[in-house]
Design a protein around this ligand. Structure first.
Ligand code: NDP
Length: 239
């Protein structure tokens, strides 16, 4: 049975990606930051779909904790699908941005990728197959005022995807990013939707399921020649 690892699978987009990949037939390994109980709803839903579920708890900022958890679980093997979904925002105008706001976002969103893929990449390369999907953001494509830290981290992840795709494509590993726009989750719950909707041609927020569907496509058999790309899911916010 094939396994999909979703980094940040407890809530929002990551949870729906895990469910969709379970529906597609993958066993699921999902991670969260602090509390294993946060993965309980996903565990039972994946079980109801007839797939195996395992949860791992670690802070992706913590390089050693990430490596210990991932190598402890996967050993000499590796997931078939690696979805890097975990991410945070700490919005502020750059002139007021605290060192903590900058560091927390960059260390989570960017360093967290290194901390979670690096313990697994050698085994993926040795197996000569796999998919790596990174959840970037429209903010990383165009830059967003009040989100210099977040935009920088997501633009960096887009750079990561393009460079890594050139390294590992010949090893049979497809690497792509998706760049969601405004998706209804905890992360966007406090944003002023009335100010954002006028900027979106479709005049509505996106759903986590709409992101999960594109990730499913990028993990499936109809996307085998898509590599090193950034697929926007934003209702036309960035055209
Ligand atoms: P949520 O805040 O709903 O969920 C974030 C997930 O990331 C949770 O599973 C959380 O785990 C995990 N996570 C965050 N920080 C850490 C950490 N330090 N260590 C381990 N896990 C961590 O976010 P969304 O579902 O909205 O966003 C998912 C991804 O999509 C993010 O990368 C985000 O930047 C991106 N995105 C979201 C958009 C949106 O409009 N919502 C738009 C564009 C991109 P826990 O539950 O334990 O905290």
């Amino acid at each position: 049975m094939k396994t999909a690892l979703v980094i940040g699978g407890s809530r929002g987009i990551g949870r729906k990606i895990a469910l969709r990949l379970a529906t597609d037939g993958y066993d699921i390994v999902a991670t969260c930051r602090k509390d294993i109980a946060a993965l309980d709803p996903l565990k039972s839903e994946v079980g109801n779909l007839g797939r195996k579920f395992n949860g791992l708890v670690f802070d992706i900022q913590d390089r050693k904790a990430a490596a210990d958890a991932l190598t402890g679980f996967f050993g000499e093997s590796a997931p078939d699908i690696f979805v890097y979904n975990a991410g945070i925002s700490r919005d502020n105008l750059m002139v007021f941005m605290t060192p903590g706001e900058w560091d927390d976002v960059v260390h989570t969103n960017l360093d967290g990728f290194y901390n979670t893929i690096h313990p697994l990449l050698f085994q993926m390369i040795a197996r000569k197959s796999g998919r790596i999907i990174v959840i970037a953001s429209a903010s990383g494509q165009v830059g967003q005022p009040g989100q210099v830290n977040y935009s920088a981290s997501k633009a960096a992840l887009i750079g990561v995807v393009k460079a890594l795709a050139k390294e590992v494509g010949k090893k049979g590993i497809l690497v792509n990013a998706v760049a969601p726009g405004f998706i209804e989750t905890d992360m966007t719950a406090d944003l002023p939707i009335d100010k954002i909707l006028p900027m979106i041609p479709l005049k509505r927020a996106g759903s986590p399921e709409e992101v999960a569907g594109v990730v499913s496509f990028l993990c499936g058999s109809d996307s085998t020649y898509i590599h090193g790309q950034v697929i926007a899911i934003n209702g036309g916010l960035v055209i």
